[in-house]
Design a protein around this ligand. Sequence first.
Ligand SMILES: Nc1ncnc2c1ncn2[C@@H]1O[C@H](COP(=O)(O)OP(=O)(O)OP(=O)(O)O)[C@@H](O)[C@H]1O
Length: 737
Amino acid sequence: MSSTSTSVQVALRIKPLTQDDLINLPARFQRQVISVSPFNPNQVVVDTEKRQLFQFDHVFAPEATQQEVYERAIGNMITKFLEGYNVTILAYGQTSSGKTHTMGTADDTTIPPESKGIIPRTMAALFSLVNSGQYKSHKFSIKVSFIEIHNEDLIDLLGEGNEEERPPVTIREDSRGNIYWTGLQELKVANVDQVMEWVGVTDMNSKSSRSHAIFSVTMVQQKFIPHNYIPGGQSVTSPPNSRPGTPASSRFGSQPSSRTNSSLDKFDDGEWVTISSKFHFVDLAGSERLKRTAASGDRAREGISINSGLLALGNVISALGDPNKARHTTHVPYRDSKLTRLLQDSLGGNAQTLMIACVSPIEYNMNETISTLKYANRARNIKNLASVNQEEAGWNDVNHLQNLVMKLRGEISALKAAAAQNAQRSQDGGSVSPEKVSQSPFISGNKNSLNGFSEKNIPSAKIPGRRRMTPSTTSGIPGIPGRSTPVGGRETPTRIRPTSPLNTFTHGNINAHQQRDKESYEALEEQLLQLQRSYAELSQKYAKTSAELALHQDNYDEIELIKNNHSGIKLRVVTEQEIEQFEKTISSLESKLAITSAALNHSESILKEQENRIEGADSANEQNKGLVASLQKYIKELESKLQQREIDARIAASRDNHSEKFVSETIQLLESRLREKEEAYTELEEKLNNLQLGDSSESSGSDKITRLEAKLEFLNNEVNKLRNLGIKLGTDDRPEN
Ligand SMILES: Nc1ncnc2c1ncn2[C@@H]1O[C@H](COP(=O)(O)OP(=O)(O)OP(=O)(O)O)[C@@H](O)[C@H]1O
């Protein structure tokens, strides 16, 4: 059985902008931020502040069709599945990114052909292959099951009847690390329509965003592997170390015809092998973070379990995918969630795995898109060790081994008879002494003895080298020494070959017929030895298995005895119903445990996030401290500059004040002078009036008036001069005269 190391393949599918996006989102968020690189078709460019590039095994642009996705990414996985590899396809991405559309998890028979997703396409291709001439000698049994993980509960989507009354679905691991589940309805299907009918009735869409859906196909094929494929009729001899073929009748009906030597291509004896493989189609729950969905109550619980399932998946991916971690970490946390437990042998185990990361192209979803791209990118580093699940039928089956031993005994008896006949013929044509022939251990005539290898020895699996010998003899042929063994004694260490009746021929008697007989006898001898070896091997195996069985039986009896005697309490025989009940309890405890550990993981991740944030804040703080110091310095500089400015301003202001004061003082002075003059003028006018009233001489009176008028004019001139001076100094707010 060969193993191939393969990386997990990752395909990226960009969803086209849908009507929903156009209607529900403001236009400014509809900008497309992710596109296929114009230089490399397997790279995408994310148009953020700093452009980011991501490389995948396949990239599908928004316009890629369902057919294109199927052909490029899935096509050759069916061949692998038929070869016996386990195959898993996971669709990952935020809600509404196109996972269900791509996978076809909610497809039914009504969906138009061009819109059909991966499941119906793969099933159609599978049925077409198994019904083709290429596989006509194989026998196939194909079954499907459909399981949902919701809140860490496993729900059988194809289960009949009430959910509570169904047997619990439990996850088991066999001794080889293969994961399988029990209590699940597995339906035999013969064509793609049957498959899609089953898928269609499950109403997967109703809560697909909030649960993981796993659609599984289990295929068991039986195929006949000939020991010798004889192109053009060449050698037919079985390879000496090949294991004996399983009798066709014991298991799978008729076996192709046994050895033949025709010139046509023929099959020699071969063996039926059983190849079993499983194909999982996993439609994961929406990957968006809990905080964005702002969920509370039951939805928050759902969210925690979804996130934790995906977180556990992420942790498994990171443990397997990070080359540094892979070197140091032996523990891969598969048991942290039911999802990872179910997929245990499909991630980093015995499987061919493809992850299809689905993303939305628009700016509104950019953060989720980048987180999906990073998640998917990590998955590319996982290495799987995939091997064909092939097993020669019956090697663990005691009944089958017993049948095989019986068959071999029959063949040996037939050979013995043939040899005896041959010997008899030789004896008739040659000079062989009858008693010598009868003394040959090979043809001793003892029913229980074959070459001294008693059938009684079978359980203890004594090999020919330890058998009791028949009375000693020599070959009787000159030049061919016989072997001598003490009667009843042990065999000599040399390899014992059965004493051939041909040994009794004399040289002179060997003619062409005898030569042919001799050759065929030798061939038979060789075959007999071969059969003896196989027989011994099988006997050993049989003895070992019987011994183990006996041991187990003893242990079982002992345990039962202890149980029964313990403290005088006789334990009841546990009924099937009770076992079922126990399994239910165990399963529900497992669910609770998984949810608790999921919640714990979730809290841990939040804690980690917060720690990271605090760490980030601390380092930002440190940076800020430097910034504050330089700001303080800058402020000081500014302050001193400001002070200087103030001083300058004050000087300037005082200079301004000074001129203002001067002007106002001058004005005041002038005004007071003016007032004085006006008073003097008023006084003069009064005096003049008095004079006019009391003076009788006209001439002296008019002289006085003339003088006074001249004086008045002079004063008026003075006042005008002063006024002009005031205007020049810009003091318009003087009171008007
Ligand atoms: N490649 C595509 N071409 C056309 N329509 C698409 C494509 N991908 C998704 N859609 C449409 O977008 C909508 C959301 O897609 P879908 O239901 O597959 O998302 P989802 O990721 O499975 O969401 P959820 O997590 O809720 O299950 C559907 O109407 C689907 O038909």
